[in-house]
Design a protein around this ligand. Structure first.
Ligand SMILES: [Zn+2]
Length: 405
């Protein structure tokens, strides 16, 4: 990922350099002789260097481009790429040196200056110098306010630093530069950033601010699941159980596959407003709507077990097991029920039959963008930093897979 980004930035820098290069004076006095700047790009070294670059062979690319640069009197765009290649190799110090030297050139133009700063920002970022990267990207935007690459790098840094408000403003600037058909994706990300701001307010126990942020997140993107969940929590902390239930039920309605996030909350909230049957009813509705919903079965089984209906609970758990044989929580609940029923041989045998052939696995949540695996559901991928990319991987017996497809 990092490699292809660097390659991309090198190519972008290259294209920008080519465009700028046209406006440049063609000749330059170097070591007492006139050098044709164009010769650098026309030389076989330059083309060879680019070929190695495309093939991701960095060392020979550096060799050839260095020769091409020398031949043409060190044009800025080639030195810029060379700096990027040093960064790609992990020689961050060398990359910084290359790029800083370019900033010292007296004839540097505004857009070139912005390009060099952008590359320098990437050097700092990959070297872990967060503050310096931040100020480099900020400086790029002073010279070139619509630089998307600087904006998106800046946003990621703000996110890593948990400066959610700054990240939000940066995403707004990115959204403003984009076409109408891409706005939905921006709104979804803005929703997650609002949700993070709300979570921060919640930690400070500033309930009014937290509720406002969660509502804003839902306003931006009605499908934002964590904001629905958190909004319900805020209402609950404020003592408004009815409003809390409404928020959690809205989550169930809009994202039934994430309904399980509300289960323990709703199970304890319903009796407070005199609706003890509403929780089992909700689970049954979810199971009917989505027969593979093993979590609704587990929740209903636990609920029924709490009311002494161990046998019916066990049937639900066996069903849940068929749909997800790898959920440890289902196995635990089954053993609890079996133990409560004093291990009836027929039921234990049924359990053994059901589990035969199940392949156990860990880390069921997987990022659809970068394949990062996680044991828990995450809203932002810690690897590729994308929002809302996790799906749950389930490995079920073949006959079950066919049945649910
Ligand atoms: Zn990812």
């Amino acid at each position: 990922m990092e490699g292809s980004l660097t390659l991309l930035s090198a190519l972008i820098a290259l294209l920008a350099g080519l465009a700028i290069g046209k406006a440049w004076e063609r000749y330059k006095l170097k070591d007492g002789r006139w050098v044709d700047r164009r010769r650098g790009r026309e030389s076989p070294h330059y083309i060879l260097g680019l070929n190695f670059l495309v093939a991701n062979q960095i060392d020979p690319a550096i060799d050839e481009l260095t020769k091409a640069a020398e031949l043409a009197g060190d044009p800025l765009e080639i030195r810029l790429i060379l700096g990027n290649l040093y960064r790609e190799k992990g020689q961050v110090g060398r990359a910084i040196q290359e790029h800083q030297a370019l900033l010292q050139r007296p004839s540097i133009r505004k857009l070139e200056h912005a390009n060099v700063l952008l590359c320098l920002g990437l050097d700092y970022k990959s070297g872990g110098f967060v503050d310096r990267a931040l100020s480099a990207f900020t400086d790029v935007l002073k010279l070139d306010p619509d630089n998307r690459y600087a904006l998106s790098n800046l946003e990621k840094i703000y996110e890593e630093q948990h400066q959610w408000e700054d990240a939000y403003k940066t995403r707004q600037r990115l959204a403003a530069l984009d076409a109408p058909e891409h706005q939905a994706a921006h709104l979804a990300i803005l929703g997650f950033l609002e949700n993070e701001r709300g979570t921060q307010a919640l930690k400070r126990m500033d309930y009014a601010e937290a509720a406002a942020r969660f509502e804003a997140a839902i306003e931006l993107d009605a499908a934002n699941t964590p904001a629905q969940l958190n909004l319900g929590d805020v209402h609950f902390y404020q003592g408004d159980v009815t409003a809390a239930i409404q928020a959690w039920e809205r989550l169930v309605e809009r994202a039934p596959d994430r309904a399980y996030l509300t289960f323990t909350r709703l199970e304890s909230a319903y009796p407070k407003i005199g609706g003890p049957q509403r929780f089992p009813d909700l689970c049954r509705r979810l199971i009917a709507a989505s027969p593979q919903d093993w979590r609704a079965r587990l929740a209903l089984a636990r609920h029924l077990a709490g009311q002494g209906e161990a046998r019916e609970a066990l049937n639900l758990l066996f069903d849940a097991l068929v749909h997800n044989p790898h959920a440890l929580s289902v196995h635990q609940a089954i053993w609890q029920m079996l133990s409560r029923l004093q291990l009836p041989t027929a039921l234990v045998d049924q359990y053994i039959d059901l589990t035969r052939g199940a392949i156990f696995y860990a880390d069921p949540h997987i990022c659809v963008r970068c394949r990062y695996r996680s044991t828990e559901l995450l809203w932002q991928c810690p690897n590729c930093h994308e929002w809302n990319t996790f799906v749950e991987e389930r490995i079920a017996p073949a006959k079950d897979t066919e049945a649910t497809l």
